[in-house]
Design a protein around this ligand. Structure first.
Ligand code: ATP
Ligand code: MG
Length: 209
């Protein structure tokens, strides 16, 4: 039996956002529309457990760039709980906090296709899929999302809670490419918000990473 949808549909969008770029923003906007989300909560990670080699830029700079990018969109919000917490950031901890703080939210976890590869190695993935519906974007430069790989985790969920693919315009933008472009003196115009481009230049970010 399918559970009736309950609560206010809210997107939760985790990432390192180092830096946030148009790919993130475009995906969030289209998810809002496709899923009828009342809001999208951007949840920057202090340190991803899957990116141990390179510590991200300071929380302060990543947050500043997110603020500049989200400004003016009433449905986009910033949640700093992972930045405020010591240690690596685990999505399940944040989802548990959020569901306690907002029992009226019907949470949708927004993920790019690359992020579901190895999702079974995340902390407590079987709890994650119970707390939030997985909504997966195709991502330029990556194979299309294959939800079958999630079946062992999600097979027993009711139909309305099954992971789904969200169609978005495909643009091949990544933070890694942006960092590399800055390092090698190439343009990042039209890849990030103009205010982020100015912020990176002003603070000389990514010049030597
Ligand atoms: P990096 O290259 O440093 O890994 P990134 O561009 O992948 O950076 P992340 O902060 O790692 O950005 O990604 C956060 C989330 O946004 C992930 O779920 C990722 O799949 C998704 N995402 C990032 N870029 C895009 C894009 N261009 N289109 C769709 N989803 C994206
Ligand atoms: Mg990434």
């Amino acid at each position: 039996m399918e559970e009736p949808p309950s609560g206010q549909p809210v997107g939760v969008y985790g990432g390192t956002f180092d830096p946030v770029h148009w790919g993130h923003l475009l995906a969030a906007e289209h998810a809002c529309e496709a899923l009828g989300l009342a809001r999208v909560v951007f949840l920057p990670a202090r340190h991803s457990p899957f990116k141990p080699d390179r510590p991200p830029l300071s929380a302060q700079h990543r947050l500043a760039m997110l603020r500049l990018s989200l400004y003016g969109n009433d449905r986009f919000e910033l949640d700093t709980r992972e930045l405020d917490r010591e240690g690596p950031s685990f999505t399940i901890d944040s989802l548990q906090d959020l569901s306690r703080a907002h029992p009226d939210w019907d949470m949708h976890l927004l993920l790019g296709a690359d992020a579901i590869e190895g999702f079974d190695r995340w902390k407590e993935p079987e709890q994650i899929v119970r707390l939030a519906r997985l909504c997966v974007f195709a991502r330029g430069g990556h194979p299309p999302p294959d939800l079958r790989q999630l079946a062992p985790l999600t097979g027993s969920l009711p139909g309305g809670r099954q992971p789904r693919v969200v169609a978005i315009p495909q643009i091949e933008i990544s933070s890694s490419d942006i960092r590399q472009r800055v390092r090698t003196g190439r343009s990042i115009r039209y890849l990030v918000h103009p205010a982020v481009q100015a912020y990176i230049a002003q603070h000389r970010l990514y010049a030597d990473q």
